[in-house]
Ligand binder design. Structure first.
Ligand code: AMP
Ligand code: MG
Length: 338
């Protein structure tokens, strides 16, 4: 049975969250909102609870989870290296939407890290996630709360759609503020590497970590060869069931529109008039690019309920948060026209 728990995202009531925390302590699996997307959490040190996450999501066992903490002190229980290299990032972005990878302590189960000797750690800023972590009194291992391969959930309804009946509880804290998964930086190597662009933009991160390596696979399609730096990055993701044609070359747009006369177009508010007479799905506005990230996964989830055999998405110039949006769109696309 799945307990549905509704909370005020800004001031979650403690007695209500305590029920969810008790479930975590007892080895249960609980979906909860964070400032990025909804997570599916279990006690990081309880192997059978962690394995339930993989089973429920149908997640490949080599795709590691992110461990969530509420206090920097908890790093001592998780990592086996000095985190000074990351202190500029920690000072600015924790709590917040940035995940850091370090060499792991041997106590951290390999089930959590997909067999790797490193562990991904994040301190979320969402009041619900923070309070749940505090009350559970253990680091919580949590990937996104979707079935493997589906877009990450940004609303409780998405979690219910994928996982109702499979998990012990779903905490409904409304829409998640950023709407895309955390930025991931690997500090376990000599030189820090960006593994996943997210809400904290590359421009912001580079100011704090000038020697950051930005691999070019971040803007490639998922089935192109990539350096296997981060196992999860090689899986197809976010994809609707219908073909998604991503157009980044404006000069080829008319040709694509002719080729797919019935296909709706996913585009920013500013471009809707360009597609007169055709169905458009508005992602947000270019004036506030964060709105585009916020709506992205909800839109990718709705695509399949629209009766058509393909959908066209308009690409963005990969700057700021839109770099992260383009990373997700490229991985969701069945065809990229560039
Ligand atoms: P999710 O929270 O569902 O976005 O999944 C977490 C993602 O974090 C995984 O798919 C990996 O790409 C990444 N990740 C977690 N732990 C590690 C690690 N130790 N090394 C590299 N990437 C990691
Ligand atoms: Mg995920």
């Amino acid at each position: 049975m799945t307990m549905l728990i509704k909370v005020d995202p800004l001031k979650p009531a403690e007695d209500v969250l305590r029920k969810a925390a008790d479930l975590i302590k007892e080895g249960g699996v609980v979906a909860f909102p964070t400032e990025t997307v909804y997570g599916l959490g279990a006690d990081c040190f309880n192997i059978s609870a962690v394995l339930k996450i993989f089973e429920i999501k149908k997640r490949p066992p080599d795709n590691p989870l992110i461990v969530h903490i509420y206090d920097k002190k908890q790093l001592e229980d998780l990592i086996d290296q000095d985190y000074q290299k990351a202190s500029a990032i920690i000072d600015v972005f924790w709590p917040g939407p940035v995940t850091l990878i370090f060499r792991k302590k041997s106590d951290v189960p390999r089930e959590v890290t997909g067999g790797l000797e490193t562990v991904a750690v994040r301190m979320p800023s969402h009041p619900v996630a923070q309070k749940l972590l505090l009350l559970s009194a253990t680091p919580i291992a949590a990937p996104s709360a979707n079935l493997s391969g589906k877009p990450s959930p940004t609303r409780a309804e998405h979690v219910i759609e994928d996982l109702y009946g499979l998990v012990d509880a779903i905490i409904d804290g409304g829409e998640t503020p950023f709407g895309i998964e955390s930025t991931i930086i690997d500090f376990s190597r000599e030189r820090p590497v960006l593994l996943r662009p997210g809400p904290a933009t590359i421009e912001e991160i580079l100011k704090l970590v000038p020697n950051l390596e930005i691999p070019d696979f971040l803007l490639k399609k998922i089935n192109e060869p990539v350096r296997p730096l981060s196992p999860g990055m090689t899986y197809r993701h976010y994809a609707p069931e219908k073909p998604l044609i991503l157009v980044t070359n404006e000069n080829k747009l008319d040709e694509i529109l002719l080729k797919y006369p019935e296909a709706p177009v996913i585009c920013p508010q500013e471009m809707t008039t360009r597609f007169y007479g055709r169905r458009t799905i508005v992602l947000g506005t270019l004036k506030e690019p964060f709105t585009i990230a916020q709506n992205l996964f909800h839109v990718l989830r709705t695509v399949d309920s629209i009766t058509t055999n393909a959908v066209i998405a308009i690409g963005f110039e990969p700057k700021g948060i839109l770099f992260s949006v383009m990373n997700r769109l490229r991985r969701a696309a069945t065809e990229i026209v560039e």
